[in-house]
Design a binder for this molecule. Structure first.
Ligand SMILES: CCCCCCCCCC/C=C\CC(=O)SCCNC(=O)CCNC(=O)[C@H](O)C(C)(C)COP(=O)(O)OP(=O)(O)OC[C@H]1O[C@@H](n2cnc3c(N)ncnc32)[C@H](O)[C@@H]1OP(=O)(O)O
Length: 311
């Protein structure tokens, strides 16, 4: 199957996209190599590099120009300070790899894409810790939302709150067709409020009315409903998520990088600038909001409820 997908990738880049690239004299080293491949054989993986840190496994295929990043923070891929920090470091590394043009984000543990922000980072800690944590959340969103790479979320499990934000920060979302999985910004269910830039990212994806409805009620959508409202772009059988991501990537990578990147910047920069203008104030707001006794109590009760569900 992987070879078939690679053949599709080669065919795609040999088509109109390639012509566009040639006319703009924009062929990257990776694409040159693709062009030389005879179409009857699969693409041999001659240059593959992996780096793996705590909580993230990154696999870079230089020939395809695609990196796959698997969140690997058992049991539920909660976004701890450590995971957020490593995520940002690895994104920066990939961003600096000229040949890496696409990134697929997925989970190493099927069933849970990410349980969102690590709630234990948000209660019973110092103000300095909350500030550091929030800065890391901001940093990841800023880097991901403005990435020069094509970012595809291969959502192979549930993806509430911060997990949903990671998917929304990408360019395209493919979700596994399993009614047990849900996705959405469910902050209000925890007694907390999605910050304005979470809200903006959702509005940019599904529009104002649907966002208001989803945010006020803290809706967690099944894959079918997520597709209907537009939170995800495609729902596919569970075992087809990765191959579909590669296929979709080939379509996006057939567009000349500079044109696609400038378009992405044009669409997203106003949203990003809103946070950049008030980044420190946003951190202060978060620290003062999360430190409130009532909010600390809500988070504590929510964690207790999560644990009691199992008993
Ligand atoms: C005025 C405005 C100012 C602005 C203020 C800003 C306010 C803050 C905004 C914060 C923004 C984003 C918030 C978040 O992202 S909060 C996180 C939200 N996430 C959730 O609600 C998901 C909770 N988890 C689940 O629903 C389920 O765990 C699951 C993901 C569906 C998996 O289910 P499961 O049955 O497979 O696993 P489960 O037994 O429930 O969990 C296993 C253990 O993991 C612990 N755990 C689960 N989720 C989290 C989490 N997010 N953080 C930390 N720990 C988590 C769970 O407690 C279990 O632990 P244990 O084994 O019992 O010890």
């Amino acid at each position: 199957m992987a070879l078939r997908v690679v053949s599709v990738l080669k065919r795609r880049l040999g088509g109109p996209g390639q012509k566009l690239l040639r006319s703009g004299n924009l062929l990257s080293a990776t694409q040159h190599r693709w062009e030389k491949m005879p179409s009857s054989v699969g693409f041999p993986v001659t240059s593959r590099r992996s780096f793996s840190k705590t909580a993230l496994i990154v696999d870079v295929d230089h020939n395809l120009g695609i990196a796959t990043m698997k969140m690997n923070n058992p049991p539920v891929n909660s976004l701890s300070l450590e995971l957020l920090t490593n995520f940002v470091i690895d994104l920066e590394k990939l961003e600096n790899e000229k040949r890496c043009r696409g990134l697929i984000i997925t989970s190493a543990s099927p069933k849970i894409f990410s349980a969102g922000l690590d709630i234990t980072e948000m209660y019973g800690k110092s103000s300095a810790h909350y500030a550091e944590f929030w800065k890391a959340v901001q940093e990841l969103w800023l880097k991901l939302y403005m990435s020069n790479m094509v970012v595809i979320a291969a959502i192979n499990g549930s993806s509430p709150a911060g997990g949903c934000l990671i998917s929304l920060a990408g360019d395209y979302r493919i979700m596994a067709d399993n009614p047990k999985y849900t996705i959405g910004l469910n902050e209000t269910l925890l007694g907390i409020v999605a910050p304005f830039w979470f809200k903006d990212t959702l509005v940019n994806t599904i529009g104002n009315r649907a966002s208001e409805h989803a945010l006020q009620l803290g809706l967690l959508f099944s894959p079918t409903d997520a597709l209907r409202v537009g939170i995800v772009d495609q729902v596919v059988p569970e075992d087809k998520v990765q191959d579909t991501a590669l296929n979709v990537m080939s379509r996006w990578l057939s567009i000349p990088d500079h044109a696609r990147q400038l378009t992405k910047t044009m669409m997203r920069k106003p949203t990003v600038d809103r946070l950049l203008k008030q980044r420190e104030a946003d951190i202060k707001n978060f620290v003062s909001f999360i430190s409130r006794d009532s909010i600390q109590k809500s988070l504590h009760m929510y964690m207790k409820h999560l644990k009691e569900r199992k008993e």
